[in-house]
Write a protein that binds this ligand. Structure first.
Ligand code: ZN
Length: 416
């Protein structure tokens, strides 16, 4: 006799995630290596597909290597739920994979309880979310944002072309754009993901319901001065590119204080000094600045003030400044009605949750441009992700997964 589907089966979920994480595990670092379109990524997908087939789902993959398992009617629109299976190099056990596993566990729970969805549910394991080739290839292919030109030009950090990486694995790059879904074919998209930040842990809450995702502006700056002998050049006669860079970095705190919000972030994460020699004054500094906020207006203000500061500092140091905007991703609001609905479900089922923004990008934000999308966060220990130390407590995961279950039952109109 089927039982009411109030809760997922945590042990079965643990086993599923453990199965996924047999692929790409590095015993030396304790990290996971499943970069998009690597052998371990493909092997993992094949294993996940076999699991869904065993569950009796209709399983297929599209031209972008997104993997689907459909539960319910074979025709008509679906509610889609899942996340990505790929990892960064030496990544953690939960980022992405947990969301794909939770979606499948929810479907397993529903099947076991004899719940039949009125609108079909599709479990998705998206491909290449971590941006090995830039962007979020899998979800962007579903929403029709991937062009043949982009596919031709996409290259990873080692200079490997996306087209070569795909062909090496028997995949056909020309088929990626075929992954696009007809408009209206996905009624809603739901994703569970680790927070990758410290807020939920700090507030001792198991669940976050994401309302908005920060935008990202990627600037590249070049400060050019004069490389010279570090012993013979008096301090006041230098044009030291590093000194300029350091001063630019030093303005960030006050800049955010005066013109930002509590969601503002500015990071100088990549620096190249030349000649980069202990006995030579740096003649050139090339560096990145990543600006984020959940408000576009704030991002625009931060960018202009940041560049004003850099210009003034360059002139004080006798440096030439060149700037380029590499990319601009606008902030995005996830579906408000869906967030409201999930909050109500969380309350009804005694699952403590708070609304929150996301500082990191996820498939849900791509999908929001196509259909109403929702994102559930579970806490990350010490806020750490993209590292072997990444960890989320199973007690929290269980609560987040149970909210996903209730959301899927609700949205799919499932009945016995
Ligand atoms: Zn992720």
């Amino acid at each position: 006799m089927p039982q009411p589907a109030d809760t997922i089966n945590l042990e079965r979920l643990k086993a599923l995630l453990g199965g996924v994480n047999r692929y790409g595990f590095d015993p030396e670092t304790g990290g996971y290596n499943r970069p998009g379109f690597s052998k371990s990524d493909l092997d993992c997908r094949a294993w996940f597909a076999a699991q869904m087939e065993e569950d009796g789902l209709t399983v297929w993959k599209d031209g972008a290597l997104n993997l689907f398992g459909r539960f319910g009617s074979k025709e008509g629109p679906c509610i889609m739920a899942g996340s990505h299976l790929d990892t960064v190099v030496n990544g953690g056990a939960y980022d992405g994979s947990l969301g794909a596993c939770v979606a499948l566990e929810c479907v397993r729970t529903m099947k076991e309880a004899g719940l039949e969805p009125a609108t079909a549910i599709e479990v998705v394991a998206t491909s290449e979310e971590e941006g090995r080739f830039g962007g979020m290839l899998g979800s962007q292919a579903i929403t029709g944002e991937v062009t043949p030109d982009w596919i031709d030009s996409a290259v990873d950090a080692d200079g490997i072309k996306l087209t070569d990486a795909m062909r090496a694995n028997g995949l056909i790059p020309e088929q990626v754009p075929d992954a696009v879904r007809p408009s209206g074919s996905i009624k809603a998209f739901l994703e569970l993901h680790i927070e990758q930040g410290p807020i939920l842990e700090q507030e001792k809450l198991p669940i976050g319901i994401v309302e908005e995702v920060s935008g990202v502006c990627y600037l590249e700056l070049v400060l050019s001065g004069i490389a010279n002998h570090s012993g013979t050049t008096p301090m006041h006669l230098r044009a030291d590119a590093f000194a300029g860079l350091a001063e630019v970095s030093g303005t960030i705190g006050a800049l955010i204080q005066d013109h930002g919000t509590d969601q503002s972030r500015i990071t100088i994460g990549h620096v190249e000094l030349s000649p980069n020699h202990p006995h030579t004054i740096p003649g050139k500094a090339v560096f990145s600045a990543i600006l984020r906020d959940t408000s576009e207006t704030v991002m625009v203000a931060l960018k202009s003030r940041f560049l004003e500061n850099a210009t003034a500092i360059a002139s004080r140091h006798g440096l030439k400044l060149e700037t380029a905007e590499r990319s601009w991703l606008s902030p995005l609001k996830l579906d408000a009605e869906l967030a409201e609905r999930m909050s109500a479900l969380a309350e009804r089922h005694g699952l403590p949750a708070r609304r929150m923004p996301s500082g990191a990008g996820h498939d849900a934000q791509t999908m929001q441009r196509f259909c109403p999308s929702g994102l559930i966060f579970v806490p990350s220990r010490n806020g750490i992700s993209h590292a072997p130390e990444e960890h989320s407590d199973w007690g929290d995961i269980e609560k987040g997964a149970n909210l996903m279950l209730q959301a899927l039952i609700d949205l799919s109109g499932a009945t016995r």
